[in-house]
Design a protein around this ligand. Sequence first.
Ligand code: NAI
Length: 342
Amino acid sequence: TLRGSFTRKAQKPNQSSNHGLQLQASYKVAILGAAGGIGQPLALLIKMSPLVSALNLYDIANVKGVAADLSHCNTPSQVLDFTGASEIGNCLKGVNVVVIPAGVPRKPGMTRDDLFNINANIVKTLVETVADSCPDAFIHIISNPVNSTVPIAAEVLKQKGVYDPKKLFGVTTLDVVRANTFVAEKKNLKLIDVDVPVIGGHAGITILPLLSKTKPSVSFTDEEVEQLTVRIQNAGTEVVEAKAGAGSATLSMAYAAARFVESSLRALDGDGDVYECSFVQSDLTDLPFFASRVKLGRKGIEAMIPSDLQGLSEYEEKALEALKPELKASIEKGIAFAQKQP
Ligand code: NAI
């Protein structure tokens, strides 16, 4: 469905506990940074997926216990742990989807770009190994700043000669999840029905919710548009401040990332009706990367949806033009970093 709902029906009591799941578990997923604030709850949510047969957890430390713990859940997937550079190759062998939440999160007062110096190197090194070990996998980049780490990943994959732009995704699902939640609250709508596309990038003003394209169709006053847009753009900072130094969004992020993984697995499994917003290589604007709704299929992105960018409100048109310089600079910063250090 368009809203890509991340829900599952409970089993009836008379079904056998372990084998009542309807779908065939056959996909292999790896999480790099699996012992972290996002990695752990994300691993739990993926462990619940009936589509997953193997869940490989990688981190530089503390991942053994996470895997031992999760492995006791009686869901189909087998959970294995991998620690450090010597084991990452085995972790990635034969994997269909690689999710990367490795890296440091924000503290109060920091922008996502402040994470660049540390996370750029982490993403570069990890994607080099992905290129060597499972070049055909869907790659989901969560590590911030996404506006730069996705271009870095693309450059690394190009240098390795295995770049497939249809399979590299910056995870912006949390922006959609937040937009859906805040709009439903504000307009008193049934949450499960609400779908707001979010385009641009994943930092501050580069996050642009297209409220005029909300489904079901709903009208907003100018004040509501301004208030909702700003809240969606600053929602990450809302969490960073509430956590007061203990990190950034982890639980809602894990939920959003699990939805994106589930959508990718459904697409790999042949579901012909899977749409998600993601920050990807794009020709919808003059920027080389751009977040928008894409149709997912067995080979990754099957189609872009150019009509999403047509018929925008005046507010959205202006905001789109205003975000481009910042997004362009973040993309170029990522590319320059990766090209400087082959
Ligand atoms: P965290 O610090 O709790 O966990 C990060 C994990 O990465 C740790 O377990 C650490 O050991 C691991 N790690 C560090 N270097 C590594 C390496 N070279 N290889 C493998 N693992 C490595 O951080 P948290 O809260 O899980 O956030 C992770 C990232 O996700 C941050 O960059 C954060 O900014 C980003 N994020 C992205 C969002 C999005 O919407 N795309 C939303 C929220 C956070």
